[in-house]
Design a protein around this ligand. Structure first.
Ligand SMILES: Nc1nc2c(ncn2[C@@H]2O[C@H](COP(=O)(O)OP(=O)(O)O)[C@@H](O)[C@H]2O)c(=O)[nH]1
Ligand SMILES: [Mg+2]
Length: 418
């Protein structure tokens, strides 16, 4: 079962105790290790230890050197770890060899990411997309997995979007991949019909995007704390575990969507699966692009994020740029327009950001008066659900409401405007 913790991360009921292993052939891997830790925690694993090795050449049999492998086995035993997560992609043979030496389950960065995508993809198409990436990843590694899978049913790295048991047979995997591709073609063919059918509610939607570890979930937390109502399945099919309905004192509401976030070194084979986790973004009215200002390479991250948003067709949307973690770099400044310097930790700049989110989301809203005949109680309920009326009066010929509505609702209710 999937739960969410107070940081909005998807967790399994059981917490794993994980040791992270990173290998550098010269490059600085501090950031990517921090990101791995964040990904691990999003997947329900607590990081209890880390090990980094600098090498000239990767050991093809065990990835890390033999001495380090023994050290790792020792560490696992002493710290009572039950999972080791490698920061790089491993071959099936490497997984098996390391597992033999260490005695607990080994997963790599790709499996971990796929696991998180699997928990977050909500639509049928998104789930198929993730399953396909999982099968593609698993196919050349059956040798390494045979044992590990038979020993430990589901766990991090082996969770699928599907209900079925994991495929361990090459022929089955191939058949399943063919089925998935066929089904995805059918969904694509029907997509325009579904779009038209979906009823767009007038409650505005803002989505947090940006790299993982930038502070998206922390920001969501702060905004949600003010006042929040958790009404899953209420209005949207898309109101999933990572969405919250936020209601402000003046009755204004909006839905805030958290996303998994971009990850550095995303294997190419995972790009489509990743995009599937960003589905909600294409439906949002406003994007809040969160950037870790304390990370020196953030300009590159902004570029990548914007490029992918463009590919998703979300580049024309209203957006705000939030440079987070400003507490770590107080002297930070940027020339970007529509940018805010904030800290989800100290709270600095959060009020301004929130004000701007509301101003942007409600820019097309207007206060109108409506007279709804008594036999249309359904419309009164609808309006009350959309926004808290500023005034409600019972007149001889109907209910008189003064309410703040977006243009779609004003149009929907135009016969009753007075
Ligand atoms: N110093 C500092 N750390 C922050 C701030 N916001 C988030 N963090 C930390 O950065 C890490 C990633 O935050 P998280 O909200 O999970 O990022 P997400 O992956 O974008 O959802 C966590 O360890 C947070 O405690 C901030 O404003 N300042
Ligand atoms: Mg997060």
């Amino acid at each position: 079962m999937i739960n969410i913790d107070e940081n909005n991360n998807v967790i399994e009921r059981e917490e794993y105790r994980a040791i992270l292993v990173g290998v550098s052939t010269g490059e600085d891997i501090a950031y990517s290790m921090e990101e791995l830790k964040n990904l691990a925690s999003a997947s329900g694993a607590e990081t209890i230890g880390e090990m980094v090795q600098n090498v000239d050449r990767i050991n093809s049999g065990t990835f890390i050197g033999t001495g380090k492998l023994e050290e790792l086995a020792e560490m696992v035993k002493n710290m009572e770890a039950d999972l080791v997560i490698f920061n790089d992609e491993l071959s099936g043979m490497q997984i098996r060899n390391i597992e033999d030496a260490v005695g607990v389950r080994i997963i790599d960065r790709t499996m971990l990411i796929l696991d998180i995508f699997a928990a977050r993809a909500t639509s049928r198409e998104g789930r198929l997309q993730v399953e396909l990436a999982q099968l593609q990843y698993r196919m050349p590694r059956l040798l390494g997995f045979g044992k590990s899978l038979s020993r430990l049913g589901g766990g991090i790295g082996t969770r699928g979007p599907g209900e079925k048991k994991l495929e361990t047979d090459r022929r089955h995997i191939q058949r399943r991949m063919d089925d998935i591709k066929k089904e995805m073609e059918e969904i694509k063919a029907n997509r325009s019909i579904q779009r038209a059918r979906r009823q767009k509610s007038d409650i505005p939607v803002a989505a947090l995007v940006g790299y993982t570890n930038a502070g998206k979930s922390s920001i969501m937390n702060i905004l949600v704390k003010e006042k929040q109502v958790f009404e899953k399945d209420m209005l949207f099919a898309t109101l999933d575990t990572a969405s919250r309905l936020i209601e402000l004192e003046d009755g204004k509401k909006f839905i805030l969507v958290d996303t998994v976030g971009f990850v550095s070194k995303l294997p190419h084979a995972l790009v489509n699966a990743f995009k599937a986790t960003l589905e909600e973004v294409t439906e949002a009215d406003l994007l809040i692009h969160v950037v870790d200002a304390s990370f020196e390479n953030h300009d590159f991250q902004i570029e990548v994020t914007e490029k992918v948003l463009k590919e998703l067709g979300a580049d024309g949307k209203e957006s705000l740029l939030a440079f987070n973690k400003i507490d770590k770099v107080p002297e930070f400044s940027s020339f970007e327009k529509n940018a805010f310097n904030i800290s989800a930790k100290s709270g600095q700049g959060m009020d301004e950001l929130k004000k701007e989110i509301i101003a942007k989301l409600y820019s097309d809203f207007e206060t109108v008066s409506l007279l709804i005949p008594y036999e249309r109680g359904d419309l009164v309920s609808y309006i009350n659900n959309q926004a808290k009326p500023l005034e409600t009066k019972y007149e001889p010929n109907g209910t008189l409401l003064k309410v703040n509505l977006g243009s779609a609702d004003r149009n929907r209710l135009k016969d009753y405007l007075i």
